[in-house]
Design a protein around this ligand. Structure first.
Ligand code: PXG
Length: 431
């Protein structure tokens, strides 16, 4: 089992048998609202007709295409559409199959780019505390969630350092959107540059909004300041948009939302609405060009996966973009965000609620842990929520919400009222 208590699961199996629209069907027949859009990956809900049809027809036309030394047209078209969507039409795209692979690919691009330009001393990478960048060796190394890393300590890539995370309950609890406090934390990057010297640093990687650790929203001005410092020192800035990409904040990418452009953007999850695995990296054109040296038949970048740009993923990607853009689904999500914000913050004052944070169509609640039993309150709320017909995501004692863009206002309100009852029931208060 993945990131799951195996023994608890075997004793209390939770099995899913179907999904349609914003609902899953569990093995016991219960229909539950999908409060996290799958695992942040299905903003269009499940069995979206355009995607189902596109994947079905693709599997009959071209079910697999070797991505080394060959290509297929629709993969290039999808790359161009994604770059255009990001407002960076000159960018190149490298396809992978997951967020973890996208992150490891971006780190490789960064290291190899400096080497290609004769700055091979730039090997160091800077991540951030509480970051989640997947489970590859690179992503783990720049990641900052201790329980995820500690078991694998000897595998960490050497020469990685971390910025402090930007969360402070004292200064920002119950903030709606971006906190006013915390801009000064970007200056830690200057300190790391002074410590290690810019000539040793290849890249800084951050999630614009930290997702997995519980929706930590960047302080106002923070990302722009990181951008300035990176630019001043020739350091590449990577935004890991595996969660924020494709509309979660109400704009196609968090880079647009915050008005800060990184050099590379990793994406995954919603690019195919979660229907077929896909990840990738958007790379600035001049970074790509730096590799285009040597004999024209030679391999410029020795990296790739058997399933990169898999035809079924590409088909699902095109159909997802048709809906996200063509059918206005990102805008629909954006329109729901103010109502979602009001609704989720109405949970302030409910039992054990220590903090609520939100941005776009995502939010997290920190709950006061039970003494000596971290994670137990989260588990209880999760189980009570299932009884309320809600599938919420909990991690420790933090509950995360990121409903599908196809949700109705009534569904958002019902989700919050169901969660309210779950919080009360889990704490023993009258429901
Ligand atoms: N980067 C970021 C920012 C992520 O959020 C990954 C990389 C890795 O992606 P893959 O596809 O390799 O899993 C992620 C994944 C949760 C949750 O509930 C979040 C993720 C995965 C599973 C659960 O917060 N993020």
């Amino acid at each position: 089992m993945l990131f799951t208590g195996n023994r608890y699961f075997k004793a209390h199996p939770r099995l899913i048998v179907g999904a349609r629209g914003a609902y899953y069907t569990l093995a016991d027949g219960r229909r539950v609202f999908d409060c996290l859009s799958g695992m942040w990956c299905s903003p269009l809900g499940h069995a979206y007709p355009g995607i189902v049809q596109a994947v079905q027809s693709q599997v009959e036309r071209l079910d697999y295409s070797p991505p080394f030394q060959l290509g297929h047209v629709s993969a290039f078209e999808l790359a161009a559409r994604i770059a255009a969507l990001a407002g960076r039409p000159q960018d190149r795209v490298f396809f992978a199959n997951s967020g973890s692979e996208a992150v490891d690919t971006a780190l490789k691009v960064a290291i190899a780019y400096h080497r290609a330009r004769g700055e091979a001393s730039r090997t160091r990478m800077i991540g951030r505390e509480r970051a989640y960048h997947g489970v590859g060796i690179g992503g783990l190394s720049v990641g900052g969630i201790a329980p995820v890393r500690k078991m694998f300590a000897p595998l960490m890539v050497p020469g990685v350092d971390h910025l402090p995370h930007t969360y402070s309950r004292e200064h920002m609890s119950f903030t709606r959107g971006q906190p006013e406090w915390g801009l000064h934390l970007a200056e830690y990057l200057e300190r790391l540059v002074s410590l290690h010297d810019a000539s040793t640093i290849a890249a800084v990687i951050v999630e614009p909004v930290q997702g997995s650790t519980g929706v930590i929203v960047p302080p106002r001005g923070y990302l722009a300041r990181l951008r300035e410092i990176c630019t001043a020192h020739g350091i590449l800035l990577i935004f890991d948009e595996v969660i924020t990409g494709f509309g979660r904040l109400g704009k196609p990418f968090a880079a647009d939302f915050f008005g800060v452009q990184p050099d590379l953007i990793t994406f995954a999850k919603a690019v195919t609405n979660g229907v077929v695995p896909m990840g990738g990296v958007l790379v600035r054109a001049d970074i790509y060009e730096a590799f285009m040296t040597g004999p024209a038949h030679a391999i410029e970048f020795s990296h790739g996966y058997t399933y990169s740009a898999h035809p079924l993923a590409v088909a699902a990607g095109h159909a997802s973009l048709d809906a996200l853009i063509g059918e206005g689904m990102i805008e629909r999500g954006a329109r729901l965000a103010p109502l979602f914000e009001r609704a989720v913050h109405s949970l302030r004052g409910e039992p054990r609620v220590l903090d609520i944070r939100n941005i776009g169509l995502c939010a997290a609640l920190d709950l006061e842990p039970a003494a000596g039993q971290p994670g137990l309150v989260g588990l209880r709320v999760f189980e009570r929520a299932l009884d309320e017909g809600l599938l919420v995501r909990f991690s420790g004692d933090t509950v995360a919400l990121a409903p599908p863009f196809i949700s109705t206002e009534q569904e958002i309100e019902a989700m919050i009222e169901g969660l309210r009852r779950s919080l009360r029931a889990a704490s023993g208060a009258p429901p």
